[in-house]
Ligand binder design. Structure first.
Ligand SMILES: Cc1ncc(COP(=O)(O)O)c(C=O)c1O
Length: 486
């Protein structure tokens, strides 16, 4: 399990004296408050060993008594536990825990039963009518499967064929043998990490990137090598340099409506990335979870089109186009790699659920009729959120993405963690910008999903503006806006 040194935690704590809302109070409460935020936010994984008191005191430049009192306060609140011989470890009080003894979660799941509006996750509601019809169709098909044992490591043949056909239609010829059905895209990425990475291997990632991917990399004991995305997009030279300098075992990229920036890699960027990764023989995982959510024209050809076949793994999912609750995703790779991934899968969950696969097969058959209406609605939600932000928070800089589900806002001030804490008192749950970066970057950023109806987004923006006012009151602070995402 992970141990944090004093310097590492101090770096994450940053300007700890200003991190907690309300500020003021003795130093130990501010240190404790700032550590609590990191734990709630998932940036300090559950069960991670906190630094020794002397070590942290030196790194923060405070007295040891201050750190001792801060740890006492964390323990009293249930945010730390100490055991003889294993030091002080990060924890969550029972009501806040999400049933995870293993911890390290993409926390901002709140206390169970919380009625906060969740703006921390970005996933749309289900197409209710189509989903019901798909489950009816699935139940009709089910009797054909009942005489079998119901386990299929690779996924139902009809579903694999339907997924393969969608790739072929996008210009990437694919057979069913190149597809492994998984329980979502996250499961798919974890399988790849389990198969190919060993502790301390490096995994190249965009900075910022999808937090669960970062968590999966860490949990595997591997190390993320961040390559900054700029407002202009992917800097192929920077990727090439990082590959040369760090020889990553794997690259993980989200070129289609990247989460959280919403950026779409151009055809030239795709070719450049593929050339550089292919030349260095780097296995490349392309996460296409959001590729179908285009709010402008069709995206360029899949990145896999340009990668050597034996170095290319593509991840897909219906979570963003249809519904996360289906828990259906997939991997596309060469059949030999698919067989090795399936062998790993045997030790994890053996097989995806049959009824959900049947329902997904039915939904994919009608996806081309379903999607346009969903995208029209999504476009108007995106515009509604951007409009509300422009009215209520005119100092924020927001770029309108051509697809995906989120706005990556530049608030102009490094207050993201404080805003997350304050927002809970205004009825909304947020994910702090630093969740999307390696080593605590993006304190000036906030990711906001436009997955709710316009009137809900209007209201949420009002609440957000109130929370923002509380964390910036009296700061008189207006830093120059920067154009880069990193
Ligand atoms: C880039 C990316 N990959 C993977 C996932 C997880 O998808 P799934 O629900 O299919 O596991 C998400 C969900 O937000 C995502 O944005």
């Amino acid at each position: 399990m992970r141990s944090l040194s004093g310097t590492q935690l101090a770096r994450q704590l940053g300007d700890w004296s200003r991190t907690t809302p309300g500020e003021g109070g003795p130093a130990y409460t501010r240190v404790a408050g700032a550590i609590r935020l990191l734990i709630l936010d998932g940036r300090v994984p559950l069960d991670a060993r906190l630094p020794g008191e002397r070590d942290l005191a030196a790194a923060l430049g405070v007295s040891r008594t201050t750190v001792t009192a801060a740890y006492d306060a964390l323990r009293a609140g249930g945010y730390a536990v100490s055991r003889q011989g294993s030091g002080t470890r990060a924890a969550l009080p029972p009501s806040r825990s999400i049933g995870s003894a293993t911890g390290g979660s993409w926390a901002p799941f709140g206390p169970e039963g919380s009625d906060l509006l969740d703006l921390a996750h970005a996933a749309p509601e289900a197409p209710a009518h189509a989903l019901r019809q798909a489950y009816d169709a699935a139940l009709e098909q089910l009797p054909r499967h009942l005489p079998t044992c119901g386990y299929d490591l690779y996924g139902l043949p009809d579903l694999r064929a339907a997924i393969a056909a969608r790739y072929t239609a996008r210009g990437l010829p694919t057979t069913a043998g190149q597809i492994l059905v998984t329980s979502g895209a996250q499961h798919a990425f974890s399988l790849v990490l389990s198969l190919v990475t060993a502790p301390n291997d490096r995994v190249l990632v965009e900075q910022p990137t999808y937090p669960n991917a970062l968590d999966a990399i860490r949990r595997q004991g591997a190390r993320a090598v961040p390559v900054p995305l700029t407002a202009g997009g992917w800097e192929v030279d920077a990727v090439a340099a990082a590959v040369r300098q760090t020889a990553p075992r794997l690259a993980y990229l989200v070129p289609d409506f990247h989460n959280p920036t919403g950026l779409l890699a151009s055809d030239d960027e795709r070719r450049g990335l593929a050339t550089s990764l292919g030349r260095s023989r780097t296995l490349t995982v392309v996460d296409e979870s959001l590729v179908e959510l285009t709010l402008a024209g069709p995206p360029p050809p899949p990145l896999a089109t340009y990668l050597p076949a034996d170095l290319s793994v593509t991840i897909g999912s219906v979570s963003k186009t249809l519904w996360g609750g289906l828990r259906v995703g997939w991997l596309r790779a060469e059949p030999s790699l698919i067989r090795r991934l399936a062998a790993v899968r045997a030790s994890v969950d053996i097989s995806s659920a049959v009824v959900e696969q049947l329902a997904t097969t039915a939904l994919l058959a009608s996806l081309d009729e379903l999607l346009p209406g969903r995208l029209t609605e999504l476009r108007s939600r995106r515009d509604a959120l951007a409009g509300a932000l422009a009215r209520r928070l005119p100092g924020w800089r927001v770029r309108l993405p051509d697809g995906g589900l989120v706005l990556w806002c530049d608030m102009g001030q490094p207050v993201s963690s404080r805003l997350v804490a304050a927002a809970e008192h205004h009825g909304i749950r947020l994910a702090a910008g630093p969740r999307f970066g390696v080593e605590g970057a993006f304190e000036q950023r906030l990711r906001l999903p436009y997955t709710y109806p316009a009137e809900v987004l209007e209201r949420a923006t009002e609440q957000l503006a109130q929370a923002f006012a509380t964390v910036t009151a009296g700061s008189g602070h207006s830093e120059p806006m920067v154009d880069a995402f990193a």
